[in-house]
Design a protein around this ligand. Structure first.
Ligand SMILES: [Zn+2]
Length: 109
């Protein structure tokens, strides 16, 4: 049985499943970027970057902020910020063949 929530969740995870979009999101985790800064950092075509940003914006994964005449893309939604950070932590211990518990021990303050 497919509920609307499952469909939307699947949509969000598909959005996050693109390596190109993940590359954008990992840059935005550090700081806001303009389209031209993203093009420079990722060595991608403007049309490709704009296309991916549009998709991310439609699902409220990224937000825009205008500074003067420049549009900056940012991560502002704490759900998405936490989701990305948690997925990166999970990948970190899986890549190192480490259990979740060992990762927690290693990273506790
Ligand atoms: Zn984990």
């Amino acid at each position: 049985m497919k509920t609307e929530i499952q469909r939307e969740l699947s949509h969000i995870f598909k959005l996050l499943a693109s390596e190109k979009r993940l590359a954008i999101l990992m840059l935005l985790e550090e700081k806001p970027y303009s389209v031209s800064e993203l093009i420079e950092a990722l060595q991608m075509e403007q049309s490709a970057v704009s296309h991916q940003l549009k998709k991310l914006r439609e699902e409220q994964v990224v937000a825009v902020q205008k500074v003067g005449r420049t549009v900056y893309y940012r991560l502002t939604d704490s759900h998405m910020i936490d989701l990305l950070a948690n997925a990166e932590k999970h990948v970190d211990h899986v890549m190192n063949d480490e259990s979740h518990e060992d990762w927690l021990k290693r990273n506790k303050q």
